[in-house]
Design a protein around this ligand. Structure first.
Ligand SMILES: Nc1ncnc2c1ncn2[C@@H]1O[C@H](COP(=O)(O)OP(=O)(O)OP(=O)(O)O)[C@@H](O)[C@H]1O
Ligand SMILES: [Mg+2]
Length: 271
């Protein structure tokens, strides 16, 4: 056997093994996570294994929200044929980032089912599942009927857009996942969080996850941000809307300050 054909044969055997293990993973999203290089934190494992169709994550920055939901998106697309997964966020860049994280995990799993099409914001698998990222502005999602709707940075999405989006999941009785840091005490994200509606709820403050954001880094952030914004971004405390506490400049500055903790790296893979 030539070395080229040997390499090819090894690839074939490897993909067979991974395919078999993917079948086994149908039962266990935590095992899936581990197989793609993530040992889920306990709250991530709870969320991954919860069969509640509505999940809301109101958490501090850097606790692992996007990673956990990216895992779930990849897992659903792989294990439930013909899933239609829509990822939306106030800005396209945020939706694309979660999309890239999910695609990264699908790749790490050795691309189960293969890709029928693979574009910057849309992935279609051989089992008929699709994952698509869109900015959430009015009308972008009209006509979509997702089986799983993911709303990234949900506290910053206008309420009318939210209602339009969820109109589409009502038709399919699809799953819904909202993830965000706390925003202002108004709008659908706050109202859902504060309501007694039945949701799988996750609240993890950034200071509860020192393995992802160090106490020193957190302290630097605290010193550089207005107190209320720090508490919203890192400690899950919603901002008061009354009294005009902040001007637009404060808000843009605080949001911009948050940007540079975005970098995400797991091992030396590209996302
Ligand atoms: N279970 C895990 N094991 C190891 N690293 C993890 C795990 N979960 C998340 N991380 C790492 O922690 C960091 C933050 O993760 P992630 O971006 O998912 O958090 P986030 O809550 O979405 O952050 P942000 O608020 O900035 O959007 C990343 O570097 C990610 O790779
Ligand atoms: Mg995130």
């Amino acid at each position: 056997m030539t070395s080229a054909s040997l390499v090819k044969e090894m690839d074939r055997i490897r993909s067979l093994r991974l395919f078999q293990s993917t079948e086994k993973l149908d039962e266990d999203p935590v095992e899936f996570a581990t197989s793609v290089g993530i040992t889920p934190d306990p709250w991530q494992a709870d969320m991954l294994t919860s069969d509640h169709p509505r999940k809301i994550l109101c958490c501090g920055r850097q606790v692992g929200k996007t990673t956990a939901v990216g895992l779930l998106v990849a897992y659903r697309a792989i294990t439930v044929a013909s899933s239609e997964i829509l990822i939306v966020a106030p800005a396209e860049r945020q939706a694309k980032r979660l999309f890239r994280v999910a695609k990264h995990f699908w790749r790490k799993a050795n691309e189960p089912h293969g890709a029928v099409s693979d574009a910057l914001t849309r992935l279609e698998l051989g089992n008929g599942s699709t994952i698509e990222a869109l900015p959430a502005v009015e009308n972008t999602t009209r006509g979509a009927s997702p089986t799983l709707l993911v709303i990234e940075e949900a506290a910053f999405l206008p309420t009318p857009v939210y209602h339009q989006l969820t109109g589409s999941t009502v038709r399919t009785e699809g799953e819904e996942i909202m993830l965000s840091t706390a925003g202002f005490k108004s709008g659908f994200f706050y109202e859902t969080w504060a309501s007694d509606e039945d949701w799988h709820r996750v609240q993890i403050r950034s200071d509860e996850m020192p393995e992802h954001i160090s106490p020193e880094q957190l302290e630097r952030r605290r010193q550089r941000m207005p107190k209320e914004f720090f508490e919203a971004d890192y400690l899950c405390k919603f901002l008061e809307t009354t009294g005009g506490l902040f001007g637009d400049d404060d808000i843009s500055r605080a949001l911009a300050l948050g940007e540079d903790v975005e970098a995400i790296e797991i091992g030396d893979d590209e996302w």
